[in-house]
Design a protein around this ligand. Structure first.
Ligand SMILES: C[S@@+](CC[C@H](N)C(=O)[O-])C[C@H]1O[C@@H](n2cnc3c(N)ncnc32)[C@H](O)[C@@H]1O
Length: 308
């Protein structure tokens, strides 16, 4: 995972206390680290990163109520919630499941961009783009249609791995992503004709009706809780016969949950119902894992939906 985000308090003394607290936290002296964080917060009451770290320590110490209070303060101190305190509150069941703060996703991936490919591909055995490629080929083969596409949109394009997998089969790629730093990397691949730094739903909304014959989302729906808006927009933007292919993480229950890794997992029944509700036809839904965690495949799905 990316290095933790540090948002300076703007007060040198408070930042120093925070650094000492982090040292103590890393050495395992959690109560002493918590004391120092409280001192830092006394100097800088809106010190988001100190509140957030305090929340993590309280949680580790089994002090649930104090953890919730600290995460709430972290969120209040930074309305963009770049640390993702609201996600911690969802995990602690202190807040209902909701969308991911866009400021958090952007900060996470801007920070992650330089190490993204080595971390994901080498360390986590990432294979999302290849899974999508095979799934799209198989849907096209079953329909006895060629797997060549004039205009494709890559949602959450990241550094461009999905476009690389489809490069021989797509004439023109548009990349949409929230993270300017990820897009910088994607730009250097030369696979894309156009980019948009935007949330994927907003990015799709700027596209004309029936303007793409393929839409991809490789390991991007894991940052979207409710898939209905993106599926509805994808349907509008697809040409008749066009395909939307995406991966998700999944779980054995019903609906959508947020996992330990702070990514959403969508049940297969949820994906089926959401695709149908958007007016698309589910052409393929398979259990396929796009990445490992601790060398174990994370349960996942590959879906291909068609516009009829
Ligand atoms: C795990 S990366 C995957 C990148 C790429 N698709 C791949 O297969 O390597 C997830 C990407 O989705 C982007 N992302 C997450 N939520 C998004 C959203 N709501 N709108 C646009 N991009 C989003 C992130 O910024 C990140 O670049």
């Amino acid at each position: 995972m990316p290095a933790r985000l540090f948002l300076s308090s703007g007060d040198l003394m408070a930042d120093r206390r925070f650094e000492f607290a982090r040292d103590l936290q890393l050495k395992g002296d959690l109560p002493a680290a918590a004391d120092l964080l409280l001192q830092a917060i006394e100097l800088a009451p809106n010190f988001t990163t100190a509140w957030f770290t305090l929340g993590q320590i309280r949680e580790e110490l089994g002090e649930r109520d104090a953890a919730i209070a600290a995460f709430r303060n972290a969120h209040a101190a930074d309305p963009d919630d770049r640390q993702g305190a609201s996600l911690r509150l969802m995990r602690l069941r202190a807040a209902p499941l909701a969308g991911m703060p866009l400021g958090y996703v952007q900060a996470l991936f801007d920070q992650y961009a330089p190490r993204f490919e080595s971390a994901l591909v080498d360390d986590l055995g990432y294979r999302g783009p290849q899974l999508l490629f095979r799934a799209v080929l198989s849907v096209r083969a079953a329909a006895r249609k060629p797997a060549f596409f004039k205009r494709a949109i890559d949602l959450g394009c990241g550094t461009g791995l999905a476009a690389a997998a489809f490069a021989g089969n797509v004439d023109r790629f548009i990349g949409i992503d929230l993270s300017p730093r990820m897009i910088e990397r994607a730009r250097s691949t030369g696979f894309y004709a156009e980019f948009e730094v935007a949330d994927m739903v907003r990015g799709l909304r700027t596209r004309p009706d029936a303007s793409a014959d393929l839409i991809l989302a490789a390991d991007a729906m894991v940052y979207v809780a409710d898939l209905s808006a993106v599926l509805t927009e994808a349907k509008r933007v697809l040409t008749a016969g066009g395909l939307l292919a995406f991966t998700t993480e999944t779980h054995a229950g019903e609906g959508v949950i947020i996992g330990e890794g702070l990514r959403y997992a969508h049940a297969a029944s949820y994906v089926r119902a959401a695709v149908e509700a958007a007016g698309l036809k589910l052409s393929l839904l398979e259990d396929r894992s796009a990445r490992n965690e601790d060398n174990i495949p994370v349960p996942g799905l590959v879906a291909v939906a068609s516009k009829t």
